[in-house]
Design a protein around this ligand. Sequence first.
Ligand SMILES: NC(=O)c1ccc[n+]([C@@H]2O[C@H](COP(=O)([O-])OP(=O)(O)OC[C@H]3O[C@@H](n4cnc5c(N)ncnc54)[C@H](OP(=O)(O)O)[C@@H]3O)[C@@H](O)[C@H]2O)c1
Length: 317
Amino acid sequence: MAIRIIQRRFGGPETLEVVEVESPTASDLGPDEVLVAAAAAGVNPIDVMTRTGGGMAATGAITLPFTPGWDVAGTVRAVGAGATGLAPGQRVLGLARFPREGAAYAERVIVPAADLVPTPDILTEEQAGAFPMAAMTAWQAFTDTASVEAGQRVLITGAGGGVGHLAVRLARHLGAHVIALASEGKHAWLRELGAGETIDYRDATAVSALEGTADVALSLAAGSRDAALRAVRPSGVLIGLGAGAGTEIAAQAEGAGVRYAATHVHTQREWLERVVALAASGDLVPHVSASFALTEAAAAHRALEQGHTTGKIVLTC
Ligand SMILES: NC(=O)c1ccc[n+]([C@@H]2O[C@H](COP(=O)([O-])OP(=O)(O)OC[C@H]3O[C@@H](n4cnc5c(N)ncnc54)[C@H](OP(=O)(O)O)[C@@H]3O)[C@@H](O)[C@H]2O)c1
């Protein structure tokens, strides 16, 4: 038997039901699938949105009943006949079937082999589970959406969160000067990660002094959306993601002569390989601030919904 979380209705954290089911085995695998004995699953804002009927439920990619979660890390138990490159006993991480049902909130997860890569030794299981979605989102923002270059001034709002802290590391890795907007308690840590400047988003004077000074801004927090736009110089780039995006801000950006791009994370294998290589080199290691047992998924969602996460929250099996 194996534990998994099931949602039979949309709603609050209480809709995350803990159930025990027959454990999947090798005979349940399609030819290109892998059975993973999960060790950790990242908890992402999109999990929370989908739980309430928004996110990937609103797009129709997810329908009831379903098992939430996309970020998965663990050990390969069995591989399908056509799944090459992975073997039982190997540690793996990946973003399972995004944006369709990933079913990562489970002790046993069946994942397409194409969505998995070997976990670098440097990452713990918790870090590996925390990594895929946040890292690929940051990568996509700064390499695909905006080509961040050495010497550019890059503003990141929500800098202390799951995507933000990896975006700080990545922008620094790309040679940018990073300005991190976060609550003050996160400033020393963000400087260690590579931020050249840290600003408390509640400090109106410091925030207004940013006006027109950034080549690129990554907007991750609703409360700092306007600040992110004002900080970008004319013909610079504003990248809006999730709570930091919106049609209103897009129109305002156009009016200000700023290029606006609202992106959604794509599951390109090449990007996963690139960010994992950076992790392996020690340049992109996620910070896990809290881990909850899989059976405590509701508590993990409540913690994320507070809106002030440091780094990542994960579920562990
Ligand atoms: N489109 C996509 O493909 C995609 C993919 C991943 C994520 N996202 C979106 O990106 C956003 C960030 O995701 P995440 O996983 O990093 O979220 P997260 O882990 O919850 O982090 C959010 C961070 O924002 C900070 N914050 C809150 N209010 C702020 C404000 N007014 N100004 C600046 N920072 C503030 C919070 O801490 P402090 O207040 O303590 O600083 C927290 O560290 C979410 O909206 C998510 O849905 C989109």
